[in-house]
Ligand binder design. Sequence first.
Ligand code: NAD
Ligand code: MG
Length: 387
Amino acid sequence: MKNISILGATGSIGRNTLDLIQRERDKLKVVGLTGANNIRLLAESAIKFNADIVATSNDNKFHDLKEMLSGYQVEVCAGINGVLEVASRQVDWVMSSIVGSAGLLPGLKALEAGANLALANKESMVAAGPIMKRVAEAQGVKLIPVDSEHSAISQVIRGEERDSLSKIIITASGGAFRNLTISELIDVTPEQASKHPNWDMGQRITIDSASLFNKALEIIEAKEFFGLKASEIEVLIHPQSLVHAIACFCDSGMKAHIGPSDMRHAIAYALYEEKRFNLPLEEVDLSKVGTLDFEKPDLLKYPALKLGFDVLEQGGLAGAAFNAAKEEALDNFLDHKLSFLGMADVVRATMDELSSKNQLSSEVELEAVIDIDRQARLIAKIFVDKF
Ligand code: NAD
Ligand code: MG
């Protein structure tokens, strides 16, 4: 029996993970589940999967959650300590699918407790990749990519020599506004940015897909997972979202990964630790697709991507600052206090400010990551009023 916990069980990735577990209940046991505000779904999942422990990150929801689960044999806890308690339970495999930097400490806790960690929460890799890798190595456990592009990379480089790899191409759908011009982007709303053409995901990553902030995070995530330099990563817009990554080799050969736009493909690959699982997903019918398009992204239209490459080159604490500033900018866009294009302006200004004070070059240690995250949010908040 493989024991499993899911951090962020009520979100899009969490629900897809439970959907896979449901198909193999005789082999997979759910130990812990966490969520934030959707405690009804959290309680229903705890009951359905017979979980041992659940936590809501929202302290105010503790009593309601406890009441929903009264009469069931399940431990209930709340707040960040409750989430960390779930993460520290000894299991074989943990899905890290909390959204944002809130996923960092629980993910680390799970690694420290000796679990293999499936990482959907790209923010923790962007902010603290070296720490995540250090802890995983010290514990002798695996860090497994879940992001579709990174799962695809791990599939196409498998069995290949690192030296023979010359470049990785990561694709981006272009998100909700792929067909809009820069001037048409000025007035777009959070509601419009929340509609992804190909993927069904949480709201924040959907908006990050429209701005390409998501791709900016992903190139940094790719650097951390696969030891790539900026010059070894290329991003291409691929509207069909069927080719997720392409590995280019020194003999000019290329290997592309084609898969459905359904996260259960990548989650299953992580769940079975790089073994194929018989998944009844709809196969991609290439004869129906007909054409696969690729084009270079316009960096004027997608300034977030340019910022991402700068952060990748900078290294150190730049990833943590970038992610925090981006989260602050996104919160303000969602609150209609900042325009869609203003998000990249705020993040760039924040990064420039921190760089000019030489704040980003320190070693990536946990305290420094937490401190730069706090500073970046404060500075970004000030810039929101200026843009
Ligand atoms: P989501 O918004 O649907 O779900 C987020 C989960 O995190 C929920 O369970 C929510 O309750 C929990 N959560 C939110 N705030 C929290 C907090 N402060 N503390 C603790 N828990 C909190 O998001 P999602 O789309 O499932 O994405 C989750 C992660 O996976 C993100 O890092 C995202 O970038 C990554 N990811 C998602 C997809 C996708 O298809 N959805 C694909 C690739 C990577
Ligand atoms: Mg992705």
